[in-house]
Design a protein around this ligand. Structure first.
Ligand code: SER
Length: 316
């Protein structure tokens, strides 16, 4: 197999930071071009500044670097999206549309598009949400991602574009911080606990959400992208699950290691967003089609998070 030439958009984001490094470890630094709208380098070269709405620049970058795979991570998340719905729609949708259009000439062989549990809404069964359900998201982020899923499916059916997608649950990792999502609390809570701070949680203590450790999210992404095309029977987006917990449950897990840690609950609009999503996910299609299996539960994730994050905090 020829070594791919990969472009990652949104490479400075929560998942982008870790996924870019994982792709570089797998394919070599020079074969993975990081790009982001933030100019500062969080990655070594190669890096290109890229506003995803600048289609001309996107085209030039693809041509100059002979890109043949794109991991399109650039997006505005659920809570931030509510401050600026039009901008969120433009960034989350128009970037994807440009990439799908550019892929029609078949030089781009594979595309990864991250979707989310935010595509679910009041019409969705909240427990063990099946793969195929009516989607009625109530955030502009969810609306943009649900539409993105439909576009992926359409470009695959109509033009044979090999685009693959996962509905990520909330992602938790020690390597990077999320920005403006509803599930951010589950990362921030570990930072607060290790710094000896009390944590103010913007979700209610019993709001249950599907979550996943970063290692599993990266593993799933690489596994999906490596699977033979004929195994990919879902071209809109795969449900994916690892664990589900409430703020009270993650707090109790952290308190097993840091007994004095305290959380106060001040639910705001994020709690409403969270309650419109699923509590748990049925990911049997991903398991059947490309062998997905998570490695971390709440206890093992908490041990690993505290171990790595305490070393990071000591460094700074
Ligand atoms: N983590 C995202 C958010 O909270 C969900 O995809 O917005």
């Amino acid at each position: 197999m020829q070594t791919p030439k990969i472009l990652v958009t949104g490479a400075n984001g929560q998942i982008g930071r870790v996924l870019t490094e994982a792709l570089r470890a797998k394919y070599g630094n020079q074969n993975v071009l990081a790009s982001d709208i933030q100019k500062h380098h969080l990655h070594n070269d190669p890096f290109e500044f890229l506003d995803i709405l600048n289609t001309q620049r996107l085209k030039e970058i693809i041509e100059d670097h002979q890109i043949n795979q794109i991991y399109h991570l650039a997006a505005i998340l659920s809570a931030n999206g509510e401050w600026n719905p039009v901008k969120t729609w433009n960034i989350n949708l128009n970037g994807l549309l440009s990439i799908l259009e550019l892929a029609k000439d078949k030089k781009i062989e594979k595309i990864f598009f991250p979707s989310t549990i935010a595509v679910f809404g009041k019409t969705t069964p909240r427990v063990e949400t099946p793969q195929d359900v009516p989607l009625l998201p109530t955030t502009v982020y969810g609306i943009s991602k649900a539409t993105g899923e439909l576009l992926c499916n359409y470009y695959n059916l109509r033009y044979g574009i090999d685009v693959r997608s996962i509905r990520y649950p909330g992602i938790i990792g020690w390597q990077s911080l999320p920005a403006g999502g509803t599930t951010d609390y589950a990362v921030e809570i570990y930072h607060a606990a290790l710094k000896g701070d009390n944590y103010e949680c913007l979700l209610a203590e019993d709001t249950r959400l599907p979550m996943m450790y970063m290692d599993d999210a990266i593993q799933a992404t690489l596994q999906l992208m490596d699977a033979p095309p004929e195994n990919i029977r879902v071209r809109y987006s795969y449900n994916l699950a690892a664990m589900s917990f409430t703020p009270a449950e993650i707090t109790a897990e952290i308190q097993k290691h840091i007994p004095d840690f305290k959380v106060v609950y001040k639910p705001d609009f994020r709690d409403e967003i969270a309650r419109s999503w699923s509590e748990s996910i049925d990911d049997s299609r991903a398991r059947e089609d490309w062998g997905w299996k998570p490695g971390f539960d709440l206890a093992s994730m908490t041990r690993d998070m505290l171990h790595h994050l305490s070393k990071e905090i000591l460094k700074n």
